[in-house]
Ligand binder design. Structure first.
Ligand SMILES: NC(=O)c1ccc[n+]([C@@H]2O[C@H](COP(=O)([O-])OP(=O)(O)OC[C@H]3O[C@@H](n4cnc5c(N)ncnc54)[C@H](OP(=O)(O)O)[C@@H]3O)[C@@H](O)[C@H]2O)c1
Length: 285
């Protein structure tokens, strides 16, 4: 990806980050490495040492107030915790104009809720990124608010493609996204931990089992990503009749691995929906 030096912004900065904690900083680094120059990026955060570190490291501009960042940035990316969002939105609303774009990665806050703070017609895009964005391998699901069009979505996809890949979904699917790709990295960590422990049980040293387990999951994922072949087809191709893989797969099916995974994803989706409802109440209080 080449950096977007040529596009003239109406504002001094192409993008301004409100909140540069774990996720905000990960996206900031991706954007700074692949999309915009440091002169095109601004940040603000309640935790000043983090701001100082990122300014020193990346050469981006920092603002001490949300209002000044909003006034000078074309796209505003909000990456604060859900409990901080209700106090921040009025500040954004007092400054933001219809030529700007608000991107929110705040979990469980609907685009409709965000839009309700604005008297002007402000385009909003809501995004659910995931943790591997911190190593440039995330996947982000985007959903457009009432006033966001395809060019807004394209702009946001460029931002999140700088830390992985992205898809566009309906907002009603966001809880399912949270269950699959949001919580998914933890499920995969558990699977890898089980592979390592089983390798040790089978006689391997822990470091060797760890290397074999991690690279096996990484390699299998790469094969799927590069071939675009359905996993069931690849599984069939590596399963010899009456062979070792067939014996192992039989045990996984007998242990109902598929239905356990389905239950986990549905439980995470349900919990996401409950948390969203609790979160909506905070905006009403
Ligand atoms: N981490 C993930 O894997 C993940 C995945 C999907 C979505 N998300 C969403 O991403 C958002 C950020 O998560 P995170 O893990 O990056 O949280 P985090 O590390 O706590 O970062 C949030 C940052 O925002 C700062 N902040 C709070 N109030 C502020 C204000 N008024 N003005 C400016 N900055 C302010 C916080 O500063 P203080 O610490 O000083 O309060 C903190 O540095 C959350 O809404 C979460 O739901 C996260």
């Amino acid at each position: 990806m080449t950096k977007n030096n040529s596009v003239q912004s109406k504002r001094e900065y192409e993008i301004g980050f409100i909140g540069v904690g774990n996720m905000g900083a990960a996206i900031l680094r991706g954007v700074c490495n692949h999309l915009y120059t440091s002169e095109q990026i601004s940040i603000t955060d309640a935790y000043q040492p983090k701001v100082d570190e990122l300014v020193q490291d990346l050469g981006v501009k920092s603002f001490s107030t949300i209002k000044s960042l909003v006034a000078s940035s074309s796209t505003i990316l909000c990456a604060v915790k859900p409990n901080n969002f209700p106090e921040i939105l009025p500040e954004i609303a007092s400054e933001i104009q219809p030529d700007q774009l608000l991107v929110s990665i705040v979990a469980g806050t609907l685009t409709e809720t965000i839009e309700s703070y604005f008297s002007a017609n402000i385009p909003v895009v809501r995004v659910m990124p995931n943790l591997p964005a911190s190593v440039g391998c995330g996947v982000a699901a985007l959903t457009a608010g009432r006033l966001a069009n395809d060019s807004h979505l394209d702009k946001v996809r460029l931002i999140f493609n700088s830390v992985g890949t992205s898809v566009v979904v309906d907002e009603k699917q966001m809880d399912a996204v949270t269950g699959l790709s949001g919580s998914g990295p933890a499920f995969v960590f558990l699977f890898i931990e089980a592979l390592i422990d089983s390798g040790v049980h089978a006689g391997l040293s822990a470091p060797v089992a760890q290397q074999l387990a991690i690279q096996t999951v990484l390699g299998a994922s790469q094969m799927l990503a590069q071939s675009e072949i359905h996993p069931a087809v690849l599984k069939g191709q590596v399963t010899t009749p009456a062979g070792t893989t067939a014996a192992g797969l039989f045990e996984l099916e007998k242990g109902q691995l598929r239905s356990v995974i389905a239950s986990a994803i549905l439980a995470a989706k349900q919990r996401s929906s409950e948390l969203s409802e609790e979160n909506q109440l905070k905006f009403i209080e």
